[in-house]
Design a protein around this ligand. Sequence first.
Ligand SMILES: Nc1nc2c(c(=O)[nH]1)N[C@H]1C(S)=C(S)[C@@H](COP(=O)(O)O)O[C@H]1N2
Ligand SMILES: [Mo]
Length: 518
Amino acid sequence: MSALKQAPSIAAPRLSLAMATFLGLVALVTALGVGHFVAAFVGYQASPFVAVADFVIAHSPHPVVVWAERTLGTADKTVLKIGLAVVLAGFAVLTGQLSRRSAGPGQVLIGLLGVFGIVAVYQRTDVGELALLAPVLAMVAAMLVFGWLHRRALPADAEPRTGLTRRQVLQRGATVAVGAGAAAIAGEIIADTGSAASSRASIGPLIPARKAPPLPPDADFVNLGSPPFITPNADFYRIDTAFVVPQVRTDEWQLKIHGMVDREITLSYSDIRNRPLVERTVTLTCVSNEVGGDLVSTADFIGVDLIDLLTEAGVRPGAQQMFATSVDGFTCGTPATVALDPNRGAMLAIGMNGEPLPIEHGFPARIVIPGLYGYVSATKWVTDLEFTTWDARQSYWLQRGWAEQAPIKTESRIDRPASGASVPAGAVRVAGTAWAQHVGIEKVEVRLDQGPWQQAHLSAEVNKDTWRMWWAELTAAAGGHTVTVRATDQSGYTQTDHVADPVPDGATGWHSVSFTAG
Ligand SMILES: Nc1nc2c(c(=O)[nH]1)N[C@H]1C(S)=C(S)[C@@H](COP(=O)(O)O)O[C@H]1N2
Ligand SMILES: [Mo]
C-alpha cells in the first residue's frame, strides 16, 4: 500500500477527469465573457459567440438553411444558440481531457478556436478592424486562465510550492467563471446604452401626410375565424439571417444610393423623416411559406416613396437590378423596372402600424415593395442601394439557389376549422385568407371532399396589395371530411393544384384541412 501511495511522485502527475473537464469549461466561460465584454466597446457583432453563430448561418449549406427557416421559423436562432453552446461545451470538455498531463494541448485547441473566432469577426462587414480585439483578447484570456489553473491543479505533491488543494482550485476556477459571466452581463448592459431601443423610443409620433384609407368595417371576418386584417407588430411574421438583431441608431444610420445613377446621394434619418410621409397597407409574404403556412402578414407601412429618391439619384437606363445591402451584410436584388415602376408603391419604410419600425422588422429603415417575395424586395436595416446589372452582383439567396425573379404567387389558406378539429355535423363554417399582391383576389372557392366547388364570401377589397378574407358555409354529414380552397386572381388565373416546394420561387398547390363532424 505504501509503495502505491508514493506512485504519484514517480509517475508524471495528471489531472482527474473531473478536474480536467472543469478547467476546460472555465476557460470557455472566460473566453465568452471577456469576448462579450470587449465587444461592448468595439462592436456587439464582434462578440465571439455572436460572430461564430453568424458564421455558421452564412456558411450553412442551402438545404440546412431552408430546413431551419421552414421547420423552426423564428425559433431557429434559439435552436442555433443552444446547439452552438452544446458544441462549444463539448469542445471545452475535450480541451480539458487532452490536457490531463500538461496545459499545452488544451492551449493549442483554445488557440484554434480563437483563430476561428478571429476569422469570423474579420469576415464581417459591419464592424471595424478594432473589433478583432474581442476574439483576440478572449483567446488570450482563456489561454492564460487555463494555464494558470492547470499549474495549480496538478496533484499537490508534484509541485509543492504552487500546487493548491482540489478545493482551492475549484474555488478559484469558479471565481474566474463568475467574473467572466459578470463581464458578459456588463458588456450586454454597456452595449445597450445609447442603443437602438433608446434611439427608437426618442423618435416620437410618425404622422403621415398621406394616410392609408381607413379600413372598411368588413375588411376581415375575425369572428368567423379569419385572421385580423392588420397583423399587430408583435404577431407579424419574422424571417431573417441575423443571429442577433442588428442594433442601429438613427444618428448612425444612412442610406447611400449609387452605382448606375447620375447623382450619388446619401440620406440621413432626418432627411427621410422630414419629408412628407406616406402610409400604405401592404401584405408581405415569405417565399419559404408552405401552402397553408403563416409567413404572411399585413401592416400599415409609413415611409417615403422610393421612386422619389430614385428619381433624385437619376437611375441610368442600363441598370437591371436594385442591389440592396443591410447593415448586417444581407443583400437583396430587386428588378430595377419594379423599383422604378410609378404604380408599384415601393417604399423606404420607417414606420409600421403607427410606430417606428420595430427593431426586428428593420429599424431605422427598410424597403417594402408590394407584390414581390421578401427575399427579393424587403431589405431590413437597409443602408445601401446600388443600381447594377444581374451579372455584376448576386444577392444572398440567389447565391443559395433561389430565383432571380420572384413575384408573389396567388395563394389561399384555410384558418378555420383547424386541422383535426371536431365540429358538430350539419352546417360548418369555414374561413380563411387569400392573397395575390399587386393583382388582387377575384374569387375564392371551397369544396368539401370531392364535392363541387362553392364560391366563398369575400371581404371588402382594401387594395390590390393586401390579402382578402373569405368565409363559406358547407354542409357536412357525420364523419371525417377534407375541405379544400383555391383562389382566382384578377388576372383570371386560378391557383394550380400542382404541388411545388418553396424552392426556388415559392410553393404552389391547394390548401386543405381535415376535420371530423359528429
Ligand atoms: N437584412 C435582412 N433583411 C431581410 C431579410 C434578412 O434575412 N435580412 N429577410 C428577407 C425575407 S426572406 C423576408 S420574407 C422579409 C421578412 O420581413 P419581416 O421579418 O419584417 O416579416 O424580410 C426580408 N428582409
Ligand atoms: Mo422570406
